[in-house]
Design a protein around this ligand. Structure first.
Ligand code: SF4
Length: 389
């Protein structure tokens, strides 16, 4: 039976390998296999899986990769993930990736989809548009057409049409995975000292680079091992981290927050893992089921349009209550339009509910953690003092 440290080491090796050896091995395991990369925050991975391909999350180059060529493609005042993704591409680290999907999250990602087409003409590159209107007869109709087009393109890439049966089986496989992801998050929220956030982060991040079935087994193993492990409970402050759904923070930043006296009890690092709030029906019309899940059963976040202004930011208050967080850390990549534009509106909603917060920015290669540790530590201490007053 695997120990927690073994599982986490395994995940860390996969995540830190900027040549994507694990996904390359999967591809080499059988002739004709295809790999389809996707950028944050969400794509319907079920469609890729049903086509027989491996979906992998391309989440930038992190703090271990020097960006040399990528800087030439973008202006300075922009987040780092598009530049490091270009760097991954031009240095051939993604030369095994047959398709790339760019979800509709911001202009940067949209423009990257066009650039990818020009830079890598042999790769199937697609911008994945998602509905901004949540009515079945408008946004629903639009999204069904979008999914059917993607389904056709993936079928062409993989050499066989994606059948309804295959799609239903893939929905079931991802339902199982989402259930386990929810279980890990619920476990951490209940007993955060038993599931430290740097570990949970690695577990979720590695899941972006392996077959869903393997990730589900890892999640089960982790739960079993983490429940068995005896760990000291600290007098930490419970915080919710939000705004980090695209360019990822360096692992040291997550560690610094916990070292500063905080338990992260909820976060939005890997939204794609938790996008649908409950199971998607695995019977009936699978495209309709995916559409319905997006429209009516998906997470609220800065990355998704909220048509009802009265509801704006309420999801954050609900997440704070659900996770019993004592404060919120707004933590967004520098120059991230979706996260930073929403921040003042979300802060106003938190003010209205007397929920304390702090805010800072990072880049995926941020190296100086002292200011963040001091800020998070002061926040944790002030919450403790304030709540005991
Ligand atoms: S970090 Fe923000 S601005 Fe940059 S690509 Fe991602 S969503 Fe867009």
């Amino acid at each position: 039976m695997a120990r927690v440290s073994e599982i986490v080491d395994y995940c860390t090796r996969i995540v830190e390998d900027l040549n994507f050896g694990h996904a390359r091995e999967w591809k080499a395991g059988k002739s004709g296999r295809k790999v389809v990369g996707f950028m944050p925050f969400y794509v319907p991975r079920e469609l890729i899986h049903a086509a027989g391909a491996l979906p992998i999350g391309i989440l930038g180059g992190g703090d271990q990769m020097e960006v040399i060529h990528g800087d030439a493609y973008y202006q300075s005042y922009i987040c780092r993930i598009p530049r490091s993704t270009v760097e991954l591409g031009v240095t051939k680290r993604l030369d095994f990736v047959d398709g790339m999907l760019f979800p509709s999250i911001c202009d940067v990602i949209r423009n990257l989809s066009g650039m990818w087409k020009i830079m890598f003409p042999n790769v199937m590159s697609r911008y994945v548009d998602v509905p901004q209107n949540f009515r079945d007869d408008i946004g629903g109709k639009f999204y069904a057409a979008e999914l059917n087009e993607l389904r056709k393109d993936l079928g062409t890439l993989c050499g066989q049409a994606v059948s309804d049966d295959a799609l239903r089986a893939s929905i079931a496989a991802y339902n199982e995975n989402r259930r386990l992801v929810r279980e890990v998050y619920a476990f951490r929220a209940a007993e955060p000292w038993k599931a430290p956030s740097p570990e949970v982060y690695m577990l979720m991040r590695a899941g972006q680079l392996m077959a869903v079935e393997e990730h589900s087994r890892l999640l089960s193993d982790y739960m079993e091992a983490a429940r068995r492990e005896d760990r000291p409970r600290r007098d930490n402050t419970r915080v919710l981290v939000t705004g980090a759904f695209c360019e990822q923070p360096p692992l040291n930043l997550i560690k610094s927050i916990e070292l500063a006296g905080c338990y992260i009890v909820d976060d939005d690092f890997m939204l794609v893992n938790r996008w649908e709030k409950s199971d998607i029906p695995a019977e009936g019309d699978p495209i309709r089921n995916l559409v319905q899940a997006y429209l009516h059963n998906s997470q609220s976040t800065s990355a998704k349009y909220e048509p009802d202004q009265a509801r704006k930011g309420k999801y954050l208050v609900e997440a704070v209550r659900r996770s019993r967080a004592e404060g919120v850390i707004f933590m967004a990549p520098s120059f991230c339009d979706p996260a930073l534009l929403d921040r003042p509106m979300l802060q106003r909603v938190l003010d209205e509910h007397n929920i304390l917060y702090i805010a800072f920015k990072y880049a995926e290669n941020s190296g100086q953690m002292t200011p963040i540790r001091e800020q998070a530590g002061t926040f944790a201490d002030s919450i403790k003092l304030w709540s005991e007053a």
